[in-house]
Ligand binder design. Structure first.
Ligand SMILES: [Mg+2]
Length: 204
């Protein structure tokens, strides 16, 4: 990756968004679109922007319903993890508590999901702050002393970058609309692992 080849962070400087980074939330959205509305052509690749009303040619009510269902307690617990996220996070947890900052308003079910998904990580080492809005992440991250945040929403990345927090964009179809030299792009969890634990698990 050009321009960002020297990326190194210590685990203690990092925090993570949950939906779209650790949890493959939109996989459930797509599944519900198939099952409830017969939209069998739909794949995650169709979700080309974060604002789904702009990129899906569907009635607003349908999108609202699918978002609502995706985020409800029942479906939250069915979200598959992003590939390799549980393994890498479990490894990172050996270097200190894992910190997650989500814009969800009601975080109880996603916290349960994290405990289930990271079953080898002690509950005390899983810290979650729910901000309710993406904008509120900034203050929370500053208060936590986070230097680097892994996030899939570009607007949030830009806001954080303006305030001195290094965003790492977690690659998703809805954030491929920017130039890769704006922020480092994390293609997958093994690449992130390589940046944070470059010597195969040994800290720098
Ligand atoms: Mg997200």
């Amino acid at each position: 990756m050009t321009g960002h080849s020297e990326i190194r962070f210590s685990p203690s400087e990092l925090a993570f968004d949950i939906d779209g980074v650790v949890a493959d939330t939109m996989e459930v959205f797509v599944r519900l679109a198939h099952g409830r509305y017969g939209l069998t052509y739909l794949t995650k690749e169709h979700l080309g922007c974060y604002n789904l009303y702009q990129c899906l040619d569907l009635e607003k009510e349908v999108i609202d319903d699918l978002i609502c269902l995706t985020l409800d307690d029942e479906h939250t617990l069915q979200i598959p993890p992003v590939s390799d996220a549980p393994e890498v996070l479990t490894e990172l947890s050996r270097h200190g508590p894992l910190r997650f900052v989500t814009a969800r308003i009601w975080p109880e079910s996603i916290i349960r999901w994290l405990h289930m998904t990271l079953s080898e990580v002690s509950a005390n080492d899983i810290k979650v702050v729910a901000t309710g809005t993406p904008e509120a992440k900034l203050k929370v991250l500053k208060d936590l002393g986070v230097r680097c945040f892994v996030e899939d929403r570009l607007e949030t990345c830009r806001m954080l970058a303006n305030e001195g927090i290094q965003p790492l964009v977690f690659d998703q179809p809805w954030n491929r609309t920017f130039l890769d030299d704006e922020f480092p792009r994390v293609r997958n969890w093994s690449q992130l692992r390589q940046w944070v634990l470059p010597r195969n698990g040994e800290l720098l």
